[in-house]
Design a binder for this molecule. Structure first.
Ligand SMILES: *[C@@H]1O[C@H](CO)[C@@H](O)[C@H](O)[C@H]1NC(C)=O
Ligand SMILES: *[C@@H]1O[C@H](CO)[C@@H](O)[C@H](O)[C@H]1NC(C)=O
Ligand SMILES: *[C@@H]1O[C@H](CO)[C@@H](O)[C@H](O)[C@H]1NC(C)=O
Ligand SMILES: *[C@@H]1O[C@H](CO)[C@@H](O)[C@H](O)[C@H]1NC(C)=O
Ligand SMILES: *[C@@H]1O[C@H](CO)[C@@H](O)[C@H](O)[C@H]1NC(C)=O
Ligand SMILES: *[C@@H]1O[C@H](CO)[C@@H](O)[C@H](O)[C@H]1NC(C)=O
Ligand SMILES: *[C@@H]1O[C@H](CO)[C@@H](O)[C@H](O)[C@H]1NC(C)=O
Ligand SMILES: *[C@@H]1O[C@H](CO)[C@@H](O)[C@H](O)[C@H]1NC(C)=O
Ligand SMILES: *[C@@H]1O[C@H](CO)[C@@H](O)[C@H](O)[C@H]1NC(C)=O
Ligand SMILES: *[C@@H]1O[C@H](CO)[C@@H](O)[C@H](O)[C@H]1NC(C)=O
Ligand SMILES: *[C@@H]1O[C@H](CO)[C@@H](O)[C@H](O)[C@H]1NC(C)=O
Ligand SMILES: *[C@@H]1O[C@H](CO)[C@@H](O)[C@H](O)[C@H]1NC(C)=O
Length: 502
């Protein structure tokens, strides 16, 4: 039953209809009003420009099926063509072609079937252009309204900034139709470029980029070089830079006295009296704002060669203090010490005075020997003293710098002293027991044969003697015969032993 009903309903649904191809028609182009489901046994087609097929003044044309002829009506414009399937083509569409079109289908039975069709006409959009209500807005002061022209109906407007859609900002506001963009309190970053894009169903277009000329600044100027130091006789050259649109005008002054109105201040052959605070004022004649920066210029004389005075140039290792003083008559300088051509590495045995002028080494070690120089410098000049050669006499068999602290050295010395005292006591005790207390006994551990003299003066006079002596006196009670080294027997016997400082 259902399929029977469906088969019955089919012919009923096959009604004539008009399709507009395309449905959105661009001005100047063609449109085809295509007729679907044309019934058989036709006599003629009548096309009307309007919704009323009874008004003869609206008739465009009539097409006779039998004669295959077209007769035009009052509404014929010369741009219409009908085909034998009933379809109507209209060329070179204008805005005046807008409206409803009616087709009257006349059958051979003179029955009449009427269908209507419609299409929308859109203009081809011209290239839009952007206008601004303020050609020279001032930063943080003005708002600017940009408008996309011309205004056309059924057109969508969109704004682009720097090639991208507008950022979220409370300072940006669009009109209801999006045709006008208002930028509140412009900043220098709002300059764009801006573009306006337009489109409708048949076309799209985009404006040329539009850049805002926003006046801003000047910002606080920067003076270069940042630390201006000059040698007497040089040419002072200071450059002032301030972000500003239009470019700032610059004015230089020193202590309120006008100098130049150039971006770069140039003063040749300066001397000490040109020391001072230089002011750069940057002025923007569009914003009416100005800003200043002050820079202190230091003019220095070239430095004379310093000299080193030392309280001693030949010292014995472990003695001190050795004082080296850098002598100079220049002021406003810093002093550095150089040892064997390299910057002096301070150790805990060394001390510098506050101004680095005096170097104290205490005690002196063998590695301190060598050539010393002091260098005086100011920001524009430096000079080095002649070499001061320090000779350190030491015992080459004695260990060099152990790197131990004074406390550790003291501990070791005390420990060795105690150990030697113990051994010495033991040896003496055994010896006395064995020999029945022989006479004067000496023990030398000095490594150098030439150092075997026991005279303290002789030892210190020797260049390579670096040992120090500690003597332990043991007073024996036995009145024994002394050795040949001892000219006369004495009640007191002395044993010498040597302690090396490490
Ligand atoms: C067709 O042509 C005949 C004679 O040529 C004419 O009488 C008749 O009116 C025409 N029909 C139409 C619909 O124009
Ligand atoms: C279309 O119409 C315009 C004016 O309405 C005319 O200037 C133009 O020549 C026409 N184009 C064609 C192809 O007919
Ligand atoms: C469109 O219609 C108006 C009035 O109806 C007429 O003045 C104008 O000339 C027409 N334009 C064209 C291109 O036909
Ligand atoms: C205006 O633009 C916004 C996005 O920028 C869009 O959401 C809105 O629909 C547009 N309005 C009109 C009228 O085009
Ligand atoms: C613009 O700046 C003024 C003062 O600087 C301020 O009162 C105002 O709220 C600002 N407007 C916007 C939209 O930010
Ligand atoms: C320069 O300015 C500094 C700091 O403002 C001030 O201490 C100094 O006295 C000034 N020098 C001159 C020569 O005015
Ligand atoms: C403002 O300054 C600019 C750049 O320094 C200059 O070109 C312009 O002539 C000045 N305008 C006026 C009115 O002084
Ligand atoms: C700089 O601006 C201040 C106010 O901001 C004004 O008093 C002064 O006269 C201006 N100076 C110059 C040289 O324009
Ligand atoms: C220099 O040092 C040596 C050994 O350290 C010492 O004998 C001499 O007296 C010192 N000379 C001066 C001038 O200090
Ligand atoms: C060496 O310098 C120290 C400290 O700087 C000082 O106390 C000492 O008197 C100076 N000795 C000599 C001999 O100049
Ligand atoms: C410092 O000046 C005095 C006297 O003017 C001079 O004798 C001495 O050599 C100068 N010293 C140096 C290091 O230039
Ligand atoms: C002292 O010398 C050290 C490097 O040895 C240097 O860093 C410092 O600036 C100098 N101080 C003075 C006042 O010259």
């Amino acid at each position: 039953l259902v399929s029977l009903l469906l088969s019955w309903s089919l012919p009923i649904s096959a009604q004539a209809a008009i399709e507009s191809v395309p449905s959105n028609v661009a001005e100047g182009s063609n449109v085809l009003l295509l007729v679907h489901n044309v019934p058989p046994d036709l006599h003629a087609y009548n096309w009307y420009n309007g919704g009323d097929a009874k008004d003869p003044s609206l008739r465009i044309l009539t097409y006779s099926i039998q004669n295959q002829t077209t007769s035009t009506g009052p509404a014929y414009s010369g741009r219409e063509t009908v085909y034998n399937n009933g379809s109507l083509m209209i060329q070179n569409i204008t805005q005046n072609d807008t409206g409803i079109y009616t087709l009257q289908i006349v059958k051979q039975s003179y029955e009449v079937e009427t269908v209507t069709g419609q299409f929308r006409i859109y203009p081809f959009l011209p290239k839009p252009s952007i206008t601004s209500n303020n050609s020279n807005p001032v930063e943080d002061q003005n708002s600017v309204a940009l408008t996309c022209n011309p205004e056309t109906q059924s057109t969508t407007y969109q704004w682009l900034r720097n090639g991208q859609s507008l950022p979220e900002s409370g300072r940006l506001e669009l009109s209801l139709d999006n045709r006008t963009l208002t930028i509140h309190n412009v900043t220098r970053n709002d300059k764009g470029p801006y573009e306006c894009a337009t489109w409708n169903p048949v076309s799209a277009n985009r404006s040329d980029p539009f850049t805002l000329n926003i006046s801003y600044g000047p910002d606080t100027p920067i003076i270069l070089p940042s630390a201006p130091h000059y040698l007497v006789g040089a040419t002072l050259s200071l450059s002032c830079q301030a972000a500003s649109n239009p470019p700032a005008q610059y004015f230089w002054s020193i202590s309120g006295r006008y100098l130049q109105s150039t971006q770069v201040l140039s003063v040749p052959n300066i001397n000490m009296s040109d020391n001072g605070n230089y002011t750069c004022l940057a002025y923007n004649n569009a914003t009416g704002r100005n800003r200043t920066t002050v820079k202190t210029v230091t003019v220095s004389e070239s430095l004379t060669k310093p000299s080193i005075h030392g309280n001693n140039s030949t010292v014995t290792e472990n003695e001190g203090p050795l004082n080296l003083t850098c002598l100079t008559n220049d002021t406003g300088i810093s002093i550095q010490w150089i040892h064997n051509g390299q910057s002096l590495q301070l150790t805990e045995r060394m001390a510098l005075t506050q101004d680095n002028s005096t170097l104290t080494i205490n005690p002196v070690r063998r590695e301190d020997a060598g050539a010393y120089q002091c260098e005086v410098s100011n920001p524009v000049s430096h000079n080095r003293s002649d070499l001061f050669r320090l000779t350190v006499n030491y015992d080459p068999s004695a260990p060099g710098s152990s790197g131990l602290s004074g406390g550790a050295i003291a501990g070791i010395v005390i420990g060795v002293l105690a150990g030697v005292a113990l051994i010495g006591g033991l040896v003496y005790f055994l010896y006395v027991r064995k020999t029945g207390g022989a006479g004067d006994q000496r023990e030398h551990t000095e490594p150098k044969a030439s150092a075997s003299k026991h005279s303290q003066d002789a030892c210190t006079a020797n260049k390579i003697n670096e040992t120090t002596y500690s003597s332990l006196n043991f007073n024996g009670q036995q009145p024994k015969i002394s050795t040949s080294a001892s000219p006369s027997p004495t009640a007191t016997e002395t044993i010498y032993t040597e302690v090396k400082k490490e």
